[in-house]
Write a protein that binds this ligand. Structure first.
Ligand SMILES: Nc1ncnc2c1ncn2[C@@H]1O[C@H](COP(=O)(O)OP(=O)(O)OP(=O)(O)O)[C@@H](O)[C@H]1O
Length: 381
């Protein structure tokens, strides 16, 4: 039996970045085009596709691309028989028997969506072989879906004007996906869905998992730093963030880099997502964790305003961007906690920590136990 999904609103987190993509996609759908959302795993393509389908307010047919698919999985096939037997004994000496055997045609999801004007969400469509998807070409362009020849039904379905299709796909270098055929791509409007920005990821953690914002910030910054340093960039970090947040929330594990359960959870989730050897990945994660932990402590007041070194000197090789801003703020404020630095300079935890580390490395700030202080200018390296 073919199941029709009804729109299930709620659960979709919208931020300005997500909204921009959704608005564009909806515009194209409303103009009668089908849309293709393309991007790495876990960037939110399926969630966005279902959200767009909700907005179209039509029943939804969902198909998942599969290498084993045949054309009949998309359009339908003959299934079972109807048998009709008529015995005519009107004249007692004559018995006439008519026996008719008919195959039944069962629509599959694409055919039903085309016929009834539903919204088709074809998730990861390039996992199906390209030739199987060829039936879509005439449905999208000529608005006719061709069915196999038959004597007892129409061989074409005229596509309902409200029919729309939303496709999603992973990049072609992914394992298990096929090349997308040019003719199909030419009939779609493709939107590249990038890794959600940090604000979006934080918002999704806060709204979906229910953790507080500062914990969401720490998790997102931590996963981002780990991925950047281990080149684990094939998939988005969002799923890892959601997993860490959900486990911490469900088991009351503090989102604190010094807490052993938090460290273990992050390790279990992140190590398998990089191709770096385990000892190297472990060293990177602990280094990032230690950086976050030390910087968690409030900074001490500074004695006096110190002349501001130039940005070039402060930022060294350019790897750390907010060094001079952090330094200026510390000198002017006479001391600040990490959260205050982030808030005041509108930077994230990782950027603040990296800037502080750079200042310590250059001898402009010094660490004394858990505290960090400004070194008087005369004593600077
Ligand atoms: N805007 C959003 N609102 C709420 N949750 C989201 C949003 N975007 C992504 N998510 C969540 O992030 C996770 C990954 O999203 P999703 O499955 O849509 O990604 P995808 O790009 O389709 O991944 P894949 O290519 O692996 O199928 C899911 O748990 C999803 O609920």
């Amino acid at each position: 039996m073919t199941t029709v999904l009804q729109a299930r609103p709620g659960g979709f987190v919208s931020t300005p970045a997500v909204e921009r993509i959704a608005t564009r996609a909806l515009r194209y759908l409303q103009s009668g085009f089908s849309v293709h959302l393309r991007g790495p795993a876990g960037t939110g393509k399926t969630t966005l596709a279902m959200h767009l389908a909700d907005l179209l307010s039509r029943p939804i047919m969902l198909i998942f691309g599969d290498d084993e698919f045949t054309t009949s999985d998309l359009i339908g096939n003959q299934s079972g028989y109807t048998r009709k037997k008529v015995v005519d004994n009107y004249i007692h000496s004559v018995v006439k028997v008519e026996d008719e055997l008919r195959q039944n045609w069962v629509d599959s999801r694409l055919t039903l969506a085309c016929r009834e004007g539903f919204t088709l969400v074809y998730d990861e469509f390039n996992r199906s072989r390209p030739e199987v998807n060829n039936v879509l070409l005439s449905a999208l362009e000529e608005k006719l879906l061709a069915l196999p020849p038959s004597s007892n039904r129409m061989e074409y379905v005229r596509v309902h004007p409200k029919f729309r299709a939303i496709f999603t796909s992973n990049p072609e270098e992914y394992c298990g996906v096929h090349d997308t055929q040019d003719a199909l791509m030419d009939r779609l409007i493709t939107i590249n869905v990038p890794e959600p920005d940090e604000l979006t990821q934080q918002e999704i953690l806060v709204q979906k998992i229910g953790i507080n914002r500062s914990d969401a910030q720490v998790i997102v910054a931590l996963v981002k730093a780990f991925r950047a340093r281990t080149e684990a960039d094939l998939a988005s970090g969002l799923r890892s963030c959601l997993m860490i947040a959900k486990i911490c929330q469900g088991h009351e594990i503090p989102v604190a880099p010094e807490h052993p359960d938090f460290r273990d959870t992050c390790g279990d989730i992140l190590f398998s997502r990089t191709r770096r050897p385990l000892p190297e990945a472990t060293a990177v994660l602990w280094e990032i964790m230690n950086g976050l932990f030390l910087a968690e402590e409030p900074l001490p007041p500074t004695a006096a305003m110190v002349e501001l070194p130039t940005r070039d000197v402060l930022s060294g090789n350019g790897a750390t961007a907010f060094v001079s801003e952090v330094y200026t703020y510390l000198c002017q404020s006479g001391g600040a906690s990490l959260a205050e630095i982030e808030q005041r300079l509108q930077i994230n935890r990782l950027q603040a920590v990296e800037a502080l580390r750079s200042l310590v490395a250059q001898g402009i700030l010094m660490r004394s136990g858990d505290l960090i202080a400004v070194v008087p200018k005369d004593n600077q390296l």
